[in-house]
Write a protein that binds this ligand. Structure first.
Ligand code: IPE
Ligand code: IPE
Ligand code: MG
Length: 234
């Protein structure tokens, strides 16, 4: 079966814009929080599937700088789910040798959550099987402005390589493939600089329904794409 074919020519870095939790809940007359909770379950399975395929870098867009403008109740429920995710799955990640990195301005988060995040980053620093990069209070414009200001403060012009090192993704390669679920065809302020030559896949599936079969279909589609990077096929 096509979907079960083990994908070849895998991306080195896959990123997910995990969208559609709210609509998943709404369809079931459930509160948005229930959608986010189900979204965490999907996230865990998809992360597992990616690392089982030996994809070395996986990024997740979990909370954008603009998501802060949602209701206080929703923001609080997202904080508590993020905290729960880190607490529950950290051991599992460590056992698998997964390094956790976080991109975004976490200074905005409550202290207990900040501590949990720092602990996860610290404990997994030496892990080498894969990198799970989670975007928390992340916005690409914010990231770019920070990098520009850091360069200005240093008082020196920077090369493209030096600029890339000023981004949150300093030691992470650009995403080869960005997958957005939930039916919207936009980036919503995600990795604007890093996605210059990324492949995109927009899926109608709502994130809580997104499973390994969908992932394999997308990876099989990606494997057939021809990436030219501005050159002519030889
Ligand atoms: C994505 O799902 C999760 C976050 C943005 C935190 P949404 O909450 O945006 O779900 P929809 O788009 O309302 O369905
Ligand atoms: C993007 O989804 C952010 C995350 C998935 C964390 P949004 O639901 O916030 O994006 P918009 O508002 O539809 O562009
Ligand atoms: Mg959304």
């Amino acid at each position: 079966m096509k979907s079960e074919k083990i994908p070849q020519n895998l991306p080195r870095h896959i990123a997910f814009i995990m969208d559609g939790n709210g609509r998943w809940a709404k369809k079931r007359f459930l509160p948005r929080k229930a959608g986010h909770r189900e979204g965490v379950k999907a996230m865990r399975k998809i992360v597992d599937a990616c690392f089982s395929l030996d994809i070395p870098y996986v990024s997740l867009y979990a909370f954008s700088t603009e998501n802060k403008n949602r209701s206080e109740e929703e923001v609080r429920s997202l904080f508590s789910l993020i905290e729960e995710y880190f607490t529950k799955f950290m051991g599992e990640m460590l056992e698998k040798g997964i390094r956790i990195t976080v991109m975004g301005d976490v200074s905005y988060f409550p202290e207990n959550l900040r501590n949990t995040i720092s602990e996860a980053i610290e404990k997994s620093r030496e892990c080498t099987h894969g990198t799970l990069n989670i975007a928390l209070n992340y916005g690409a414009r914010d990231e770019i402005l920070r990098a520009v200001n850091a360069a200005v403060e240093a008082g020196q012009k920077v090369s493209a390589e030096e600029f890339a090192r000023l981004l949150y993704t300093a030691d992470i390669p650009d995403p080869d493939l960005i997958v957005r679920t939930g039916g919207e065809s936009r980036l919503s302020n995600f990795m604007l600089y890093q996605s210059a030559y990324s492949e995109f896949f927009f899926s109608e599936v709502l994130w809580p329904d997104f499973n390994k079969k969908h992932l394999y279909e997308i990876l099989n589609d990606y494997a057939l794409r021809e990436r030219r990077f501005g050159k002519v096929k030889s």
